[in-house]
Design a protein around this ligand. Structure first.
Ligand SMILES: Cc1cc2nc3c(=O)[nH]c(=O)nc-3n(C[C@H](O)[C@H](O)[C@H](O)COP(=O)(O)OP(=O)(O)OC[C@H]3O[C@@H](n4cnc5c(N)ncnc54)[C@H](O)[C@@H]3O)c2cc1C
Length: 379
């Protein structure tokens, strides 16, 4: 079947969907490669997820202005910028980081379009992708999905979860009604919630399916909590108002009069007067696009070695959902190392000179050999 004619003004070489760190970082690689026509489409405003973090929530990975000594700031999206340098803060608040992303996009004059939601994507017989957006149709040869996770919270992990309040819906821990709280989930979001509530004087019980805070064989911050969270946790435990219950699996929440009954797998239940806090994680934004991505039973997108969809060639993924076997790229300093890998694939197919990517490799921002990622430190 012949494809409809495409308005040349609406035809791109590459479209990146999502204007968080993954989308902006990918845009910088495309700019360095000299891609002629690309755009970054964002349904809200630049750095939207970070602007929606709870007001008190700060980065757990430190920012440090070490770029001049060849060590790129852990939270930077390229080698030439540093959030620590720009903001002057080691553990950024979400709004600070959104400000940094805005400054980067403006400095490098990235073709960024806000308030542009991608609502439907299909592939035409001529191979182009047809995007229906809130600002009209667009067409592209390659598509990079950078839609993240934060805006796709897991709010249905068990029956009755609708009685809970997911951490991503909290604007500020200070303005929630006072009283003892139950937090369900014991990784970074759950322990951040618990520490913030303890800091304002509450008592908190954390129901966690696993212990993320005791150092053991696991060393990867994708599995255990970061040093900053550990420090905060120690302070919170010293108040005697925090109870951690590892190995506890929640099966349901029920309402009984004024009470919320949290039912545990062991048959026991925990009763609380305030809605339990759900720190039950996030879905990958790719689950919204089943025609573009196949997923494992655990919900992880299936990708080639170059982070291209196995289901739809020409569609790539950047961001925290990228994983290969045991290597999980869930933090900025990890997933930024894959922008150049995707850039190399697209650049090769667009017949571009890939030499600019060597600068990424030289600064540790081009990771195509994953064998190094599972080695533990020497001591
Ligand atoms: C408690 C907590 C603490 C964290 N701390 C750290 C930390 O210290 N350091 C760290 O590196 N990471 C941290 N992270 C993880 C970090 O927030 C994520 O890895 C990061 O936000 C992912 O960036 P992204 O660009 O992939 O996604 P996002 O920042 O979520 O960007 C995705 C963008 O896509 C847009 N979008 C979605 N769908 C569409 C569509 N259909 N059309 C157009 N636009 C769309 C969204 O509006 C959004 O702006 C933390 C996360 C949590 C929950």
């Amino acid at each position: 079947m012949a494809s409809e004619m495409v308005d040349p003004d609406k035809l791109m070489d590459v479209i990146v969907v999502g204007g968080g760190p993954a989308g902006i970082g990918m845009g910088l690689v495309l700019r360095d490669l000299g891609v002629d026509r690309f755009g970054i489409l964002e349904r809200h405003e630049l750095g939207a997820s970070f602007r929606r973090w709870p007001k008190e929530m700060r980065f757990i990975t430190p920012s440090f202005n070490a770029n001049a000594f060849g060590m790129t700031d852990l939270n930077a999206v390229n080698t030439g910028t540093s959030p620590a340098d720009l903001i002057g803060n080691g553990h950024l608040w979400g709004r600070d980081y959104a400000g940094y992303l805005g400054a980067v996009a403006a400095h490098y004059q990235l073709p960024f379009v806000s308030d542009c939601e991608v609502q439907a994507i299909s592939r035409r017989p001529d191979g182009l992708f047809d995007l229906r957006t809130s600002q009209g149709p667009l067409f592209t040869r390659f598509l990079v999905m950078a839609t993240g996770e934060f805006q796709f919270p897991n709010e249905t992990p068990f029956p009755g979860a609708e009685f809970g309040l997911h951490t991503s819906r909290v604007e500020s821990w200070m303005t929630l009604p006072p009283g003892p709280r139950v937090v369900i989930g014991g990784y970074e979001s759950g322990l951040d919630a618990a520490c913030a509530l303890i800091a304002r004087g509450e008592s908190v019980t954390v129901l966690a399916d696993r212990d993320t805070w005791t150092m053991g064989e696991d060393w990867d911050p994708s599995v255990i909590i970061a040093p900053r969270t550990r420090e905060r946790l120690q302070k919170a435990l010293a108040t005697d108002r925090l109870r951690l219950r590892p190995g506890t699996r929640v099966e349901r929440i029920e309402r009984s009069g004024e009470d919320f009954i949290v039912g545990l797998a062991e048959g026991e239940s925990v009763v609380t007067k305030l809605p339990p806090i759900l720190a039950t994680g996030f879905h990958s934004g790719t689950t919204r696009w089943p025609k573009l991505f196949a997923h494992t039973p655990q919900g992880h997108p299936r990708l080639t070695e170059s982070d291209e969809s196995v289901r739809m060639p020409g569609v790539f993924l950047v961001g925290p959902q990228v994983r290969h076997e045991k290597v999980v790229f869930c933090f900025i300093y990890k997933f930024r190392q894959r922008f150049a890998v995707v850039g190399a694939q697209i650049g090769r197919r667009l017949d571009l000179d890939l030499a600019p990517l060597e600068a990424y490799r030289a600064k540790g921002m081009y990771l195509d050999d994953l064998s190094c990622c599972l080695a533990k430190c020497d001591c």
